[in-house]
Design a protein around this ligand. Structure first.
Ligand code: NAG
Ligand code: NAG
Length: 343
């Protein structure tokens, strides 16, 4: 796990001797031998993805199976992660689903969401709802119980965030692009039409507050609660570097680490094209969308506790009821519980 170029299978041992003379030819032969018929369908823009896809088709792991089950033919899917506290009845999972079921053009997206459970209880709840695609992320360390509510910036919160980054990096290595959404993001409209990569960007990411300049990723405080990332060698390198940086980032959450990497020029160095998503479309409690005609998602950011998020997001869903092409106005409720959650 974690290697960019997987070791070639055993059956090529003989060929390897020959390879002393014709290394290039043998690589081509092995690639064909280990490729499956399904390997040739999707986009071939990235050498890395093709290479990896062939080897993962050869031995599909359970993550590959889960990703394939949720993704569109273009190897794109929606990912969200939940633990026991988030999946309790009447909690964030239920609100998230409600938003998808009632949003404008969002119901059909549910089939393409992979719900990644970080503990058994969350996995069971996910499965019990029926019709959801659920994946259990096995703990790497049995002492690593992250099922309870992880209060903002607590130790458990930070560990959960890092585990998430490592997992998302694995997804990219499997050759899948995805929208990552926190579960405290309400989906009021299908965001895909608003996630165009006009300049071939690799990463489209939300911000707490938007300064009006989408390519000024340095000047906008990035929020990792909602982003779209394309799988390629640049983004794999970014996520590897991001996860590795936890070693020198004690007490920092992954979002702050990404913002620090960005300020130090990591995007430029790794040639990751990034664009900041406008809060008019990708709204949040830090800065409400001014444009109800465009708003796709609402994130309960700038909020400390789960209880406050649930209360204030419920109010958002009520305010957004019947939001569609004929209704273009919305009066956002005050996020009073979230404001109080800091006191
Ligand atoms: C992938 O395909 C789906 C369904 O056709 C489409 O809605 C979505 O925008 C596509 N995603 C990308 C990144 O092209
Ligand atoms: C759109 O919103 C209006 C106002 O809330 C509502 O009356 C109408 O039924 C909605 N239309 C659809 C197709 O949901």
């Amino acid at each position: 796990m974690g290697l960019l170029i997987p070791a070639r299978p055993e059956q090529c041992t003989l060929s390897r001797i020959v390879s002393l003379i014709t290394v290039g030819v043998v690589i081509v032969v092995c690639t064909y031998v280990t490729s499956s018929p399904a390997g040739g369908d999707a986009g071939k823009e990235e050498f890395f993805s093709i290479w990896h896809r062939r080897s993962s088709d050869f031995v599909p792991d359970d993550l590959e199976v889960a990703l394939r089950g949720a993704a569109y033919a273009n190897r794109t899917l929606i990912l969200t992660m939940l633990n026991k506290a988030y999946s309790e009845e009447g909690g964030l999972l239920d609100l998230f689903l409600e938003s998808l079921r009632e949003g404008d053009g969002t119901e059909q997206l549910i089939d393409h969401v992979l719900f990644v459970a970080m503990d058994q209880q969350a996995f069971r709840r996910c499965r019990s709802l029926g019709g959801l695609k659920c994946y259990l992320l096995r703990p790497t360390d049995s002492a690593d119980d992250l099922s309870s509510e992880q209060i903002y910036m607590s130790d458990g919160f930070i560990r959960m965030m890092w585990r998430r980054i490592r997992f998302l990096g694995d997804v990219l290595k499997h050759g899948y692009s995805f929208v990552f959404t926190d579960m405290d993001v309400m989906w009021l409209r299908n965001p895909f039409p608003k996630l165009d990569r006009g300049e071939g960007e690799d990463l489209l990411i939300s911000a707490d507050k938007f300064n009006g300049m989408p390519h000024d990723y340095a000047g906008n405080e990035l929020n990792t609660g909602f982003f779209f990332v394309v799988s390629n060698d640049r983004t794999v390198a970014l996520f590897d570097e991001w996860h590795a940086a936890r070693q020198v980032s004690a007490g920092m959450k992954e979002q702050d680490v990404l913002n620090r990497m960005k300020r130090r020029g990591a995007f430029r160095r790794l040639r990751v094209g990034a664009r900041v998503l406008d809060t008019a479309r990708f709204s949040g409690f830090c800065q409400d969308s001014r444009d109800a005609a465009q708003v796709a998602t609402v994130h309960a950011n700038c909020c400390r506790t789960k209880r406050a998020k649930v209360a204030d997001l419920k109010a958002v869903l009520r305010a957004a009821e019947g939001l569609n092409r004929t209704r273009m106005e919305i009066k956002w409720p005050a996020h009073s519980e979230c404001v109080k959650s800091w006191l």
